[in-house]
Each structure stands twice: as structure tokens, then as C-alpha cells.
Unconditional design. Sequence first.
Length: 101
Amino acid sequence: MPVGELLDRVSSAELTEWMVFYRMEPFGMERGDLQAGIVAATVANVNRDPKKQKRAWEPADFMPQFADAIEGGAGVREGKSPEELRRKWDKVLTAFGVKDR
């Protein structure tokens, strides 16, 4: 159902109820990322060598950071030049033993 049609059908009171419910029990992709991050952090911490990794892993360490991928968003990194990318790619190929390019 398109958003416009949904908004035509939902009353203000019902929309407000959904907004309150979402604040109490978030749902959607962001919540799924958090749930996956919790599981990944738990597994990583159970297997963590505290001598090598002193800080315990947190769910956020395993969650995607989409702000870096959005042009003009917070945390956008400078792009690599074609020459830099080529040098990196050459290193990868060399590491895998590829000689003829």
C-alpha cells in the first residue's frame, strides 16, 4: 500500500498510537541491526582473548554505519583517487599470487 493511501486511511489518533508504540517497542531495519549486533558482540566477547582485545565488543561495533556511505552525511570520508585504488588493487592481486594482469 502506498504511503499516501495509508495516510488517507489512518486517523490521527491511530497514527499517534503507532508512534507511541514505536517509541516503546522499536521495530524495523534499525532494530534488526541492533539485534544482530547484540548477537555478534556476544559471540565475539565469548571468544575474545582479553590480552589481545582488552575492550569488550559492543553491539555498535558490528552495526553498519550508513552515514559514511551517504554523500554529504556526517562522517563522509574522502574518496580515493584512481591511482590509490589501483595501487591497493595491485597489492591485493600480489597477495593472492596473481602475476599476469
